[in-house]
Design a protein around this ligand. Structure first.
Ligand code: CU
Length: 145
């Protein structure tokens, strides 16, 4: 009986060591997946465009953005919008699927932020839909040709 107990106790550290090794392996897996998710967030850079902060302007009004990255439009007084256009017809929606923020009336920098994700490197032209603003030059482009 004594011998059997000794055998049992002597075996326990070995069992623990086995579990310890198995934990080490899962730690390694966790570390490598953390590394790859860091790589993903590095490629999801966020660009910021100020809308109407300095008059009838998008700032910056030209931006080069890689596929997968995001662009945030931040709105300033008084009432602007962002709508996708075409180069040939810069003050009109390009089609029914144009992105559009809608009007964002505000008396200070708005908490409403319009975010788009860029899928490719083709040029995206956009303008402000407020009456007269596009005609006053309130236009911009992402990934100019
Ligand atoms: Cu405007």
């Amino acid at each position: 009986m004594k011998n059997a107990l000794f055998f049992l106790l002597a075996g326990l550290p070995f069992i623990n060591a086995q579990y310890g090794n198995s934990n080490d392996n899962s730690m390694t897996t966790t570390v490598s997946s953390t590394t790859s998710s860091t790589a993903v967030s590095a490629s999801s850079t966020v660009h910021k465009i100020d809308v109407g902060e300095d008059g009838f302007t998008f700032s910056p009004n030209t931006l080069t953005v890689s596929p997968g990255e995001k662009v945030e439009f931040h709105f300033y007084p008084q009432n602007h919008s962002v709508i996708q256009a075409s180069f040939d017809n810069p003050c009109h929606p390009i089609n029914d699927s144009s992105f559009s923020s809608g009007f964002v009336p505000t008396t200070k920098e708005s908490t409403s932020v319009f975010t788009i994700t860029i899928n490719d490197t083709s040029p995206l032209w956009y303008y402000c839909g407020q009456i007269g603003h596009c005609q006053a030059g309130m236009v911009g482009v992402i990934n100019p040709p």
